[in-house]
Design a protein around this ligand. Structure first.
Ligand SMILES: [Zn+2]
Length: 349
């Protein structure tokens, strides 16, 4: 897979018509997954030996250790109950539709028996999107935080219901204009202890990081970044809109919020917000993809190298594990995007 430049119509379907023609049966889907997982031919997942043969039950038998395995064993599609054709169609809707798909409309369009089944399929697909060791952002990067979720974003202090999550947003700026890739992650709070790791995890050292004047960003120049601070007060003094201080972050955050309210009707529960953000970021970063079919291909490519995801992991142990939410104005950083104008003292935590 690495190094392969996938081509439309050859490596992935370029249209819904081609998709339907390629994947009529579960055997068609298995064949495709086989090619994605072992493009150079079967490699034993147990001993790493390349080479084996297909035995009577359709499984591969390793030529060295003799163990038997299926194409889907140890992947996202391990022990599935839903037919692969349904999985593939779900993946197509998830990846190839501009705004993805909600669990409810997936359930309706595919006539999936239960809502939880459709919901879990989409969450399994979301869980593969963050590739371990993916590249960090480079060049010039805006970084800020915003509150997502809850009843009304931007409410001050005591009126907030405590359902909002503070989300770090980082966006690459292109020259002379436009945006590159973005990252979004739930933050524990707006302290330096949360913001510094957010920056180091998502931005390559050497990059220029633009933030507002919030003290939680103090010291990031010591972490190997060129730090540019933009002061809201100075912007206001110049008669500029302080909310437009960091236009890239502002843009990404408002697109993400609109998507959550649109496709998902705002019904995203707090515990699964990070998964939805992962999906938003994945799609945003591929918005210039020349084919939606290529996005479908990328999702399946990640799914065949991803460990199985158990239903109870999705429900009982939702990602991310995080502390109780911090309403705006109580602790942490009121973000420039939603931030009420009053200045607040910074509290270290
Ligand atoms: Zn083997």
């Amino acid at each position: 897979m690495s190094g392969l430049q996938p081509r439309a119509g050859l490596h992935y379907p370029r249209s819904i018509g081609e998709f339907q023609a390629w994947f009529r049966t579960d055997a068609d889907c298995l064949d495709y997954l086989d090619w994605l997982r072992w493009p150079e031919g079967f490699v034993c997942p147990l001993c790493g030996h390349p080479g084996g043969w297909v035995v009577a039950d359709g499984r591969y038998k390793c030529g060295a250790c003799g163990s038997r395995t299926t194409v889907t064993a140890g992947t996202l599609f391990d022990r599935r109950r839903t037919p692969l054709t349904v999985w593939f169609t779900a993946c197509w809707m998830f990846a190839a539709q501009k705004d993805g798909v909600s669990a409810l409309s997936l359930q309706r369009s595919l006539e999936i028996g239960s809502y939880p089944t459709a919901w879990a399929m989409l969450h399994r697909l979301r869980s593969v999107l963050v590739r371990p060791g993916r590249d960090r952002l480079t060049g010039t990067v805006e970084v800020d935080e915003t509150y997502i979720g809850g009843e009304e974003p931007g409410l001050r202090g005591g009126r907030a219901k405590g359902k909002k999550s503070l989300v770090g947003v980082a966006v690459e700026l292109k020259q002379p204009r436009g945006y590159g890739r973005c990252r979004m992650a739930i933050l524990r709070d707006g302290s330096a202890a949360s913001l510094h790791p957010f920056v180091t995890e998502h931005v390559t050292p050497g990059a220029t990081v633009i933030t507002d004047a919030w003290q939680g960003y103090s010291g990031i120049s010591k972490l190997g970044y060129t730090h540019q601070r933009r002061s809201q007060r100075a912007a206001r003094a110049r008669g500029e809109d302080p909310g437009e201080l960091l236009p890239g972050v502002h843009r990404v955050a408002s697109l993400a919020k609109r998507w959550l309210l649109g496709t998902h009707q705002g019904s995203v529960d707090d515990a699964h917000l990070q998964s939805y953000l992962d999906e938003f970021v994945f799609r945003f970063n591929r918005r210039g993809s020349r084919s939606r079919g290529l996005v479908f291909y990328r999702v399946l490519e990640l799914a065949v190298v991803h460990d199985p995801v158990r239903y109870r992991d999705l429900v009982v142990n939702p990602r991310p594990k995080r502390k109780s939410p911090v309403p705006p104005g109580v602790a942490g950083h009121p973000p420039s995007i939603d931030r009420p104008p009053a200045a607040r003292p910074w509290r270290a935590s």
